[in-house]
Write a protein that binds this ligand. Structure first.
Ligand code: FMN
Length: 319
């Protein structure tokens, strides 16, 4: 029986690369798709010209296999330039994932262009709304995840079964999944596929600075924390002296103007791309303690598939 996620996305294994602000480059997305999984070019932190370049790079690297694009929606920014660019590139893209904001107004537009639309949700209620708005597939992302999380802070283990029960479209699990154990567990919880973020940063093809990747290999799972709570947002990042400084400022109930220079995308780029880990912050999920190697995307996908099969077979013998 064909996996529904693979049918929708045209991939061989239902493993998706999540949008990766600043570090979701075309070389990585293309390599992931070429290996039979589903890569996505990230738009967050990139200018229009840079996104164009990365889509072209992904196309070159994907070996004719389908790939997608991630568009985080912000109520505070005009996204129309990005929507125009994605419209232009729709013929080379298979799918778009919409995260962060309200996807409803854009879903019909992208579907008319022939794209499959994935919506990232963090509660069963959001999942129902996204299904009603016409999403083809849902990515249910738990609180373990690197980057922006939902304010309800539901963990992957509790979120997935509730979302699966609430909707009839396929659900992909995200948050804390870095190996075959996690993938097998997500499938047993009812997901039809998985989305990984932090694990894909620690690969050869990812554009993240070597200092960031090195940290991912060294750090333990308790080395992440949440910033931006004072602003009603939940962003999981790697602990560091710089992040400690952010938390100290947040404890004083600062205005947005005071906090913004510390939590801005520029400070993310400073650490993630320029490698100045003491001058900025990086997104990171709780699964970081289980990342020990820096493989190529192809080797990683192969290993994930082997491990998942082993763990699913093992689960069958246990009960
Ligand atoms: C470095 C990094 C950047 C991220 N940027 C985005 C983004 O731009 N858009 C988005 O929808 N999700 C973003 N996320 C979330 C991922 O797409 C994914 O859902 C999440 O990382 C899954 O949890 P994991 O990190 O435990 O694998 C980011 C995550 C990380 C680690």
């Amino acid at each position: 029986m064909e996996n529904e996620v693979c049918r929708i996305l045209g991939c061989q294994v239902p493993i998706i690369e999540g949008g990766l602000a600043y570090v979701g480059n075309g070389m990585l997305a293309g390599a992931i798709s070429a290996a039979g999984a589903f890569g996505q070019v990230g738009t967050a932190g990139r200018s229009i010209a840079q996104v164009r370049e990365q889509i072209e790079e992904a196309k070159k690297r994907a070996d004719g296999r389908p790939f997608g694009i991630n568009l985080p929606l912000s109520e505070h920014r005009d996204m129309s330039e990005y929507v125009h660019l994605i419209t232009e590139y729709a013929p080379v893209l298979r799918a778009i994932s919409l995260s962060a904001g309200n996807p409803r107004p854009l879903i019909p537009h992208f579907q008319q262009l022939g794209l499959k639309v994935m919506v990232v949700v963090s509660t069963p209620e959001q999942a129902v709304k996204a299904e009603q708005a016409g999403a083809d597939l849902l990515v249910a992302e738990g609180y373990e995840a690197g980057g922006h999380n939902g304010p309800a802070e539901l963990t992957t283990f509790t979120l997935i079964p509730q979302v699966v029960r609430a909707v009839s479209i396929p659900v992909v699990a995200a948050g804390g999944i870095v190996n075959g154990t996690g993938i097998a567990a997500a499938l047993l919880l009812g997901a039809k596929g998985v989305q990984l973020g932090t694990r894909f940063v620690a690969t050869q093809e990812c554009e993240a600075h070597e200092n960031y990747k090195r940290e991912l290999l060294l750090r333990k799972s308790a080395d992440t924390t949440i910033i931006e709570r004072s602003m009603g947002r939940v962003t999981r990042v790697l602990k560091s002296p710089f992040v400690e400084q952010i938390l100290e400022i947040e404890a004083t109930h600062p205005t947005w103007e005071t906090l913004a220079p510390y939590v801005s995308g520029t400070k993310n780029k400073t650490a993630a791309i320029l490698g100045q880990m003491d001058e900025g912050w990086v997104n990171c999920g709780q699964g970081v303690g289980m990342i020990e190697e820096l493989p190529t995307a192809a080797d990683l996908i192969e290993e994930l598939v082997t491990q998942t099969k082993e763990h699913l077979a093992r689960a069958q013998t246990l009960f």
